[in-house]
Design a binder for this molecule. Structure first.
Ligand code: HEM
Length: 153
């Protein structure tokens, strides 16, 4: 990501934070409108999850310069998300809900350049989370091969 994109992300995220949990609630409303079949994956209270979502975004954004830490954190997040039942195709839906939420809560501040910055950040997040999720699957497969090899014929 370019320094300009990082600057725009930080600036727009500060505006988002000023609005408390409203942006995250807008996000979830839009997510379940786009794909109602995702609703059952969310078992915990949406208001609590909304708070966690904003907190997590803040934490990721504060690490934009520490790419190794960010990458490790995103891969772990991807692993956790795989255990929640999140599939590769869900990442695109979440990206669309995120962009909608930004447009709705930033109004005039959501310029084409800000949209571009968030789109490129989300691409990095989604790709790195899926790398982590794939590692879970690979470990699972290796584990079961191992079990099969050990089993008597
Ligand atoms: C920008 C990317 C994302 C961020 C920052 C994010 C953030 C979070 C956070 C902070 C949690 C709380 C538990 C934890 O930390 O593991 C969570 C849980 C969850 N997320 Fe995400 N997430 C992202 C992408 C996604 C995607 C693509 C999906 C797909 C539908 C998804 C579905 C879920 C589900 C199902 C849970 C568990 C809810 C529950 O505990 O009831 N998330 N997410």
């Amino acid at each position: 990501m370019s320094p300009r994109h990082k600057y725009l992300i930080r600036k727009s995220f500060a505006l988002l934070e000023e609005q408390g949990s409203v942006p995250a609630l807008v996000f979830y409303r839009r997510l379940f409108e786009i794909d109602p079949s995702l609703r059952p994956l969310f078992k915990n209270d949406i208001e609590a999850l909304a708070e966690k979502l904003i907190e997590m975004l803040g934490s990721l954004i504060s690490q934009l310069e520490r790419t190794a830490v960010l990458e490790a954190e995103l891969q772990l997040m991807g692993q956790r998300h795989a255990t929640y039942g999140v599939l590769p195709q869900h990442y695109d839906t979440v990206g669309r809900a995120l962009i909608h939420m930004l447009a709705e809560t930033l109004h005039g501040e959501f310029t084409p350049e800000v949209r571009e910055a968030w789109t490129s950040l989300y691409l990095i997040i989604a790709e790195t989370m899926q790398l982590g999720a794939n590692q879970v699957l690979t470990v699972g497969r290796e584990g079961s091969d191992h079990v099969r090899r050990e089993r008597p014929a």
